[in-house]
Design a protein around this ligand. Structure first.
Ligand code: UFG
Length: 337
């Protein structure tokens, strides 16, 4: 049994990872400012420290307790569009928080650090699928902030011996297959939950951002990867770090689905239409982003359990139907059960 600090553990990907750690018997402490995260997403019995990572005194006091075997760092600003309106905030917050957190970890004698990174590191890629050898040239301040954070961790390894992993997520999607956790962002900007909300009448009609891309049906291709498979990858890279190695890994299913294919999948799973209209392109959207996870598979044995788009959509659909108002519904639902 090991002990881990999880930042952003009340958020979407972080909460699924906390659950996976708890289920394998690890001890977990969550720190989250609850700006995007939800108290109800943290499993009972897991301590939740409500604090912002910019509060370095709060972070220091967390590390003053029993030693952590590793830190999993999910907490970050993560909207590409917002980052182009507030680039300096994105860079200052994402880079500063990551590196001061790593500094606190180093001072406390913690040797393993995992950060959430992103496909946005690659901007518009030269070739598909994208492996780790592709040029890193972010097209957004969000992507740049994650690249700078990764580079800071390179230095932490070189100078302080901090082993680190960065997992470059492609499109995180889906929900805990057992229905305990799901995706609840405010505002929601991601395609699958927006399409589901539109189909259920819980949100406005979906706008398809552009049908004139150089793809088979003219809409963008993305690599949707199940959040439970992402959580599993975190557990596996922790084992790599514990063996004294660092790494940077892309993570996706290696298959791109178009916006139109996602809409069709939601209609198939939900059995009802997704009201939608065609709109202009969204600034900064590359035509196709598809991951090669060959390195992750080779280094950790990771293989996705929920690679099929229908499985991803079905878990997301089930959670939203059970929680039409997201985690706002969570407590009453449990109390009634
Ligand atoms: N889309 C629409 N309509 C919407 C929302 C999205 O057509 O209302 C389209 C987008 O144009 C894109 C696809 O659906 O083609 C997926 O969009 P998301 O917003 O769900 O996800 P992104 O691909 O934009 O974002 C993901 C990650 C980011 C990462 C980015 C890299 O969520 O963290 O990939 O480009 F930075």
């Amino acid at each position: 049994m090991a002990r881990f600090l999880v930042t952003g553990g009340a958020g979407y990907v972080g909460s699924h990872c906390v659950l996976a750690l708890v289920e394998r018997g690890d001890d977990v402490v969550v720190i989250d400012n609850l700006r995007q995260g939800h108290r109800a997403a943290v499993p009972a019995g897991v301590p939740l420290i409500e604090a912002d990572l910019a509060d370095r005194a709060a972070v220091a006091s967390v590390f003053a307790g029993p030693r952590f075997d590793g830190v999993l760092h999910f907490a970050a600003l993560s909207l590409v569009g917002e980052s182009m309106r507030e680039p300096l905030r994105y860079m200052a917050e994402n880079v500063g928080n990551t590196l001061w957190l790593a500094d606190a970890a180093v001072r406390a004698g913690c040797r393993s650090f995992v950060m959430s990174s992103t496909a946005a590191l690659f901007g518009t890629p030269d070739t598909i699928p994208i492996d780790e050898g592709q040029p890193l040239r972010p097209a957004s301040a969000y992507g740049e902030s994650k690249l700078m954070a990764e580079r800071g961790l390179d230095w932490a390894e070189r100078v302080h011996g901090l082993n680190s992993a960065a997992l470059r997520y492609f499109n995180a999607a889906g929900a805990d297959p057992a229905g305990r956790l799901g995706e609840d962002h405010d505002p929601e900007t991601h395609l699958i939950p927006l399409a589901i909300n539109a189909a259920l009448g819980l949100g406005p009609e979906l706008t398809v951002f552009g049908t004139d891309y150089p793809t088979p049906d003219g809409t963008c291709l993305r690599d949707y990867v199940h959040v439970t498979d992402l959580a599993d990858a975190h557990l596996r890279v922790l084992d790599v770090l514990a063996s004294g190695r660092s790494g940077r890994w892309n993570i996706g299913n290696g298959r791109g689905y178009s916006v139109k294919e996602v809409i069709a999948a939601v209609e198939r799973i939900g059995g009802r239409p997704v009201p939608h209209r065609i709109g202009p392109r969204r600034d900064g959207d590359p035509a196709a982003l598809v991951a090669s996870s060959a390195k992750l598979a080779a280094d950790t044995g990771w293989t996705p359990r929920f690679a099929a788009l229908d499985d991803i959509v079905a878990t997301a659909w089930a959670w939203r139907v059970a929680h039409p108002r997201g985690y706002g519904d969570r407590r009453p639902v449990e109390a009634a059960a």
